[in-house]
Design a protein around this ligand. Structure first.
Ligand code: C2E
Ligand code: MG
Ligand code: MG
Ligand code: MG
Length: 293
């Protein structure tokens, strides 16, 4: 260590480092029992028709209510779950929660037949050669059509994935699942994988959406993503839409599906149902008003 830092500084550094390691070990231990203790939940964020606000689908996002620390972000605990070998069981649990929820919403008419639920998968989950068989059994068990289930993965899955991962993706696609590239545009890879893998759509990362209406560069990037996705026959969802300005800029370049706080955050199931009903009656009201004018 340099003299300028001094002994005091390096001690501070060691202490904070020590605290971080201890915190990490504690979180990992708590996460091991979180599922069994019922501390995990699945929240649902609407994916909507950008022009009407009508829900076309939803993303299932896992939540952890730690007994002492309260809510811990998946951005914090998913990487821990991946390192600790817990992502398989957590991922399976989230997927099953989502599918059984979807089956109920389809049965009680909360959602239309073509409504889809989108579930995040970690790279590690896609190295399990049995995954397609397991998912196909789950589809049968819940009575959910494959096309109503989407899996979201980051592009690293396809760029760094093994031949097993590739096989798993082709089999999942063969079943009829939608396969979406999450956080699209944040990787720095060549785009060839979009043709080599059976991807059905992309989710444009929030970092490109946030600058819309202010940054000409971001607008050009989104425009290019739309053109390319169209040429490849891919669906497009814009993530992290927070303002009407962003929505309008997206609509102007031909993006049809949006997700973001402008329409709703990730919600508990009953809240989600209430929001679907509220949107439906608002759309009805607008149509009536338009009809009467
Ligand atoms: P993601 O898949 O890209 O999910 C979108 C994240 O952006 C979510 O954060 C969502 O709450 C947030 N978001 C949505 N709309 C807006 C908006 O308008 N503005 C802003 N600022 N943020 C918005 P969340 O729920 O904290 O999830 C973080 C990440 O954790 C997810 O990113 C996903 O990579 C991962 N994750 C969540 N649930 C699961 C899961 O069940 N399995 C796996 N493997 N990963 C998960
Ligand atoms: Mg996602
Ligand atoms: Mg995303
Ligand atoms: Mg993202």
């Amino acid at each position: 260590r340099s003299k300028a830092e001094g002994p005091g500084r390096s001690t501070l550094f060691d202490v904070s480092m020590h605290n971080r390691v201890r915190e990490r070990i504690e979180l990992e231990a708590a996460l091991r029992t979180a599922l069994a203790r019922g501390e995990l939940r699945v929240a649902y964020q609407p994916i909507v028709n950008l022009e009407t606000g009508q829900p076309l689908g939803a993303e299932a996002l896992v939540r952890w209510e730690h007994p002492e620390r309260g809510n811990i972000s998946p951005a914090t605990f998913i990487p821990i779950a991946e390192d600790a070998g817990l992502i398989g069981s957590i991922g399976t649990w989230v997927r099953n929660q989502a599918m059984s929820q979807l089956a109920r919403w389809r049965a009680d008419g909360t959602v239309a037949d073509d409504f889809y639920l989108s579930v995040n998968v970690s790279p590690r989950q896609l190295t399990d050669a049995n995954l397609p068989l397991i998912v196909s059994a789950e589809l049968l068990r819940y009575g959910v059509p494959a096309g109503a289930l989407a899996l979201e993965m980051t592009e690293s899955v396809m760029v760094d994935g093994s031949s097993v991962t590739s096989q798993v993706l082709f089999e999942l696609r063969e079943l009829g699942l939608r396969l979406l590239v999450d956080d699209f545009g944040t990787g720095f890879s060549a785009l060839g994988y979009l043709r080599r893998f059976p991807v059905t759509g992309v989710k444009i990362d929030r970092s490109f959406v946030s600058g819309l209406g202010e940054s000409v560069e971001d607008e050009e990037i989104v425009r290019a993503v739309v053109a390319m996705s169209r040429a490849l026959g891919l669906s497009i969802v814009a993530e992290g839409v927070e303002t009407p300005t962003q929505r309008d800029a997206l609509a102007a370049v031909g993006v049809r599906q949006g997700q973001g706080w402008l329409w709703g955050r990730a919600m508990a199931p009953d809240e989600f149902v209430a929001s679907v009903r509220a949107v439906a009656s608002a759309i009805n009201r607008d149509q009536l008003a338009a009809g009467n004018s």
